[in-house]
Design a protein around this ligand. Structure first.
Ligand code: B4P
Length: 185
């Protein structure tokens, strides 16, 4: 199963990814987690990314596409993959299409987790990660609206998009997703 999880910051992509990977066994690829790991390791790429992330911006398409290409070609993805937080811009989506085309790994579905900005802001402020300050959250939501929301239309046109109500108990949201993904198995 080859799945993309799309949604605003704090919409629960990382949270739902954990449950989905347990149930379906696909490889979880979170660009946010990978960038935070680079930052924690103190690599030059990581330090560059850390400053951008803490300010609420997006790391460059080139860097993120490089990371994804590495993971999809080097890591074993025969059981499928779950892309969490990627793509976030049109160039990333187009780059991914080209890469998946080359690898012969067509995408099955894009799940959009829908939660309003008031709800996601409340969740992120409660979490207190380094990029969860009020100012960075405002910036992340602006970036989401400008750069990531166009992907909804992009995947809708391709007939790949399914929208999931992302508000309620975590388990209830997982159940909504299982209903959709179980039909693909
Ligand atoms: P990410 O790591 O992708 O994080 P996110 O979008 O902020 O959060 P997510 O939606 O995963 O929320 P979560 O489940 O954790 O991105 C961080 C940064 O990395 C970006 O701002 C950017 O700088 C950089 N980056 C990542 N990918 C990139 C890319 N492709 N291109 C460029 N830059 C990139 O949930 C949030 C909180 O809500 C948690 O505390 C959780 O417990 C809670 N929660 C979840 N579901 C809930 C529910 N149903 N009810 C109540 N609370 C809930």
């Amino acid at each position: 199963m080859r799945v993309i999880l799309l949604g605003a910051p704090g919409s629960g992509k990382g949270t739902q990814a954990e449950a989905l990977v347990k149930r379906y066994g696909m490889v979880h690829i979170s660009t946010g987690d990978l960038l935070r790991a680079e930052a924690a390791a103190g690599t030059s790429l990581g330090l560059q990314a850390k400053a951008i992330m803490e300010a609420g911006g997006l790391v460059s398409d080139e860097i993120v596409l490089g990371i994804i290409e590495h993971h999809l070609t080097v890591v074993e993805v025969e059981t499928g993959f779950l892309l969490d937080g990627f793509p976030r811009t049109l160039p990333q989506a187009e780059g991914l299409d080209a890469l998946l085309g080359r690898l012969g790994l067509p995408l099955d579905i894009v799940l959009l987790l829908e939660a309003d900005y008031g709800e996601v802001t409340k969740r992120l402020l409660a979490r207190r990660r380094a990029d969860d300050t009020e100012q960075a959250i405002r910036k992340r939501l602006e970036v989401y609206a400008a750069q990531t929301v166009p992907l909804i239309d992009y995947y809708q046109r391709k007939g790949k998009l399914r929208t999931i109500k992302g508000v309620g108990k975590v388990e209830e949201i997982s159940e909504r997703i299982y209903e959709v993904l179980d039909t693909l198995r």
